[in-house]
Design a protein around this ligand. Sequence first.
Ligand SMILES: [Zn+2]
Ligand SMILES: [Zn+2]
Length: 461
Amino acid sequence: MRPNEAVEVPALAARLEELKRRAAECIEASSERLAELSREIWSRPELAYEERHAHAAMTRFFAGCPSPTSPAAAWSVQRNYKLETAFRADWQWDGIPGEAGQVLPPIRVGFLCEYDALPGIGHACGHNLIAEVGAGAALGLKGALENIRQSSAAGPARQAPAVQVTVLGTPAEEDGGGKIELIKAGAFDDLDVVFMAHPSQEDAAYLPDVAEHDVTVKYFGKAAHAAAYPWEGVNALDAAVLAYNNLSLLRQQMKPTWRVHGIIKNGGVKPNIIPFYAELEFYLRTPSLRELSILTEKAENCFKAAALATGCEVELKSGPNEYFNVLPNKSLEKAYIENGKKLGMDFIQDDNLNGLSGSTDFGNVSFVIPGIHPYFYIGSDALNHTEEYTTAAGSEDAQFYALRTAKALAMTALDVIFKPDLMEKAKEDFRIVRLKEEVDLNRSEHGKGSGLGIGAACASR
Ligand SMILES: [Zn+2]
Ligand SMILES: [Zn+2]
């Protein structure tokens, strides 16, 4: 141990707490602008890849975000970043060189903002609040780091890494998977760690969001007069009904954590014409990619069997992107929980978990970079994807909880930057969990050739 370490560590801890307070103050000072941003997105709900108004509101927000110290230090904003309704805002902090002038490698922190809505029921998933939380956390972190520069030598440590703060606007979470397209386009390549938070009914550092495969099934039969000579026809609706029933029977042998749900999108045109075309759309979900490949194979057999039984041709078309399960990151979650508790968050216990959640394109992000996707209470017991939740997400009450979540994320980012080893631990957690997933997938013969291989999947699908 070096002689100065005994005083250095408590000093670091005290200064880190000071910085966290400063981040929270900055977020509080911007509360009106943040609420306005959230309200603007909420009041003009837009579907996946059509979030033009939200994109304009977000980029205006960062373009008009001057630094208290100098205009040159304001955000650099890239509109239409790699996707029409995605954006990127960056701000750099130079860090503090060591006594010999040596500079530590920079830490590149990303905050993700979603802002798409649902058809018919608007912001029923509260993505306006995700946008607000991401923006608020980024402002908080920037404010805290600027404070170090303002108070010259009063940094949190004798030496501090340079920091790149990036806000990524990620469209189309509800449909399509904008983050997956952004991964393919390299938007995450120059980031070290990412943070976002999703509105829910409770505060949770991690919920097991599951992997998802979407499939459209098309049956091609042959039209005929349904009364005069039905034997001339090949009934595509019969194939669709059989497939639906095959899957319903399969459910008895499915794991309790698997989900299969679908609709008949096209079931013919008129009762007196034997349906020559029918179409189904199904979502398949499981806790891991390995299980998803097994379920996909079973479901595909159900679809093909129905075609064989009826004499139809069948065409299976996968959705544009697979959503991966969200990988945990224990070190980052622990830091987030510690910060959240200090702010009064009441985290649910593991054994209170419902066991299964939805799916998110953050799952794919969690396979390429360490990060967290915690859930936060918004002051209402309403459930996501309901009209009641839309009301709650646009309410005054939600603001307190959104700002609190932004503070907890900014504080956790400060931990990553200034706590010795936290970034390394987060990277190690990421490496181990991802490797486990990869080994698991490769040991399954079902995983081979299914198109769900992680190596291929992360870069391009
Ligand atoms: Zn949703
Ligand atoms: Zn959502």
